[in-house]
Design a protein around this ligand. Structure first.
Ligand code: ADP
Length: 496
């Protein structure tokens, strides 16, 4: 639509431009013609003066001289098609060179009698595009002759310009009173150039016009060029627009990816901090155990009880392995992790956590009860991570039962539920304070003096990584945390 409008405007501008160019050309050609014609009519005055002088000097006695001069003038100026000398008082002594017609004499006579000094212009009395310029001679009231030059008006306009050959260019020449000499009347178009010839005696009206056709003002070649230019511009604009919006989209993408990079960096840094703090938290356990066991071993070694020392050293080795596994996790956390999902029997993870906590449970006089299916409950995930989750939940439970006045019991209950395995870790502690329920899984949120607030946050992250979920569920007494994990595919198939 816009392009149509633009094309319309451009063509209108082209037409306007062409039209004014054509008119300028017409004006220039007309002015040239006007100058030439004005010069030509001026010469007639000189001829009239010369011929009048001869006539007054004795045309009657020397008609041959008059004829000779008149003939010479006409030869020299072919547009002068006749020269007549007509006595005002009769037919005797009429001298006619060139065109001669009886009714011309009367015309010349009456024109000379009308003259008050200035030559009189008369239309030639036929279709011939000619006029007579009549002077009385001598040029006084005692004039005896009428002297006339008969002029082919069309020859006044002769020239070498091809411009006037074209049918569209028209010229009109008229006597000052409007009598048409050359050209056509009423051909429909108003003159675009009109000017009287600059002559005192023959101010003939020159009028010209050019008829402009559609192909004149809209030359097909230029129209095609203009349309091509517009089409090319439109295409260029569109391409430019596309490139711009592409560039803008690219910028937006770059900005977004920059934002993403910053965000992911921030979250990595955050997670790393979380993890490092968590590691310290988790490492405290095996290190404390190693310290206690090493002290006991030193004591037993002093007593020479090498059997028990060997057993304790076994436990130390186990705790050390656990510590190094935790450190290994820290390493893999910080590096791009290529986790090969392992098939794990969750019952083993539960037992590992129980082993790690049994000493503490005994110390606290708390009972750890495990209820598990007799067949493997296999999930896909990271063994150390899932052990860590169970360890965290069971240790939290032990921490909680200490605050209870009643029985100190921690129960771990693993069951299959369709394609899922559900492990509930419940305790007989005071339960979760209602005001902290929403913040449990927020990193660093803790109600314990020595707590880090990372246990649950980390556990949730690790369970989610294994494709599962960790939630708090309603319990009759104490707290109950529930781990739900999808069973490994092979385990599900075996169960079916
Ligand atoms: P931390 O143990 O270092 O405080 P956690 O993320 O493991 O960090 O626990 C966050 C908070 O959740 C604890 O401070 C405690 O208020 C609450 N909580 C966790 N487990 C239990 C539970 N078994 N019984 C009651 N409250 C618990």
């Amino acid at each position: 639509m816009a392009w149509l409008l633009l094309s319309g405007l451009a063509l209108a501008a082209l037409a306007g431009g062409e039209r004014s160019a054509r008119l300028t050309e017409l004006t220039a050609e007309s002015e040239r013609l006007h100058a030439v014609a004005s010069q030509r009519v001026d010469q007639h005055d000189a001829h009239l003066t010369a011929l009048s002088a001869i006539a007054v000097a004795g045309a009657e006695q020397r008609p041959d001289l008059f004829r000779e001069v008149a003939g010479a003038i006409m030869r020299f100026y072919p547009r002068i098609i006749g020269i007549s000398l007509v006595p005002l008082d009769g037919e005797d002594g009429v001298l006619e060179i060139g065109v001669r017609e009886a009714d011309l004499r009367e015309l010349i006579r009456s024109a000379a009698q009308r003259s008050t000094g200035a030559p009189v212009l008369v239309r030639y009395p036929s279709d011939r595009p000619a006029y007579l310029i009549v002077k009385r001679s001598p040029n006084t009231d005692a004039a005896r002759f009428g002297l006339a030059l008969i002029i082919d008006a069309s020859a006044l306009l002769d020239g070498d310009s091809a411009y006037w050959m074209q049918a569209e260019a028209t010229r009109r020449l008229a006597l000052p009173d409007g009598t048409l000499l050359v050209g056509v009347t009423g051909n429909g178009h108003t003159p675009q150039f009109a000017s009287a010839l600059s002559s005192g005696t023959q101010p003939l009206e020159l009028k010209t016009a050019i008829r402009l056709t559609v192909s004149d003002i809209l030359p097909p070649g230029r129209v095609a060029l203009v349309l091509a230019v517009i089409a090319l511009s439109a295409m260029a604009l569109r391409t430019l627009g596309r490139q711009r919006s592409k560039a803008r989209a690219a910028e937006a993408r770059a900005e977004l990816s920059g934002l993403e990079t910053r965000l992911s960096h921030a979250s990595r840094v955050n997670a790393l901090g979380e993890m490092a703090s968590g590691m310290a938290h988790e490492l405290t356990q095996p290190l404390t155990a190693i310290l206690a066991q090493a002290q006991a071993a030193r004591h037993l070694a002093a007593r020479g009880d090498m059997d028990r020392v060997a057993r304790i050293l076994e436990e130390v080795i186990g705790q050390t392995r656990r510590a190094s596994a935790i450190l290994e996790r820290l390493r893999t956390w910080t590096q791009p992790r290529d986790r090969k999902a392992e098939q794990i029997d969750l019952r083993e993870c539960i037992r590992v956590a129980e082993t790690l906590l049994s000493a503490q449970a005994a110390e606290l006089d708390a009972r750890l009860t495990l209820t598990m299916p007799s067949t493997p409950v296999t999930v896909e995930g990271d063994r150390v991570e899932l052990e860590q989750v169970l360890f965290n939940l069971m240790r939290n439970a032990l921490d909680a039962v200490v605050e209870s006045t009643g029985a100190r019991e921690v129960a771990v209950d693993a069951t299959r539920d369709g394609e899922m395995v559900v492990i509930d870790v419940s305790d007989t502690g005071p339960g979760i304070r209602p005001d902290v329920q929403d913040q449990l899984f927020t990193p660093f949120f803790t109600t314990r003096e020595s707590g880090t607030g990372l246990g649950l946050a980390l556990s949730l992250r690790l369970v989610e990584r294994a494709g599962g979920d960790l939630t708090v569920v309603e319990a009759r007494e104490g707290a109950r945390f529930r781990i739900s994990l999808p069973l490994a595919r092979t385990a599900r198939e075996a169960a079916e």
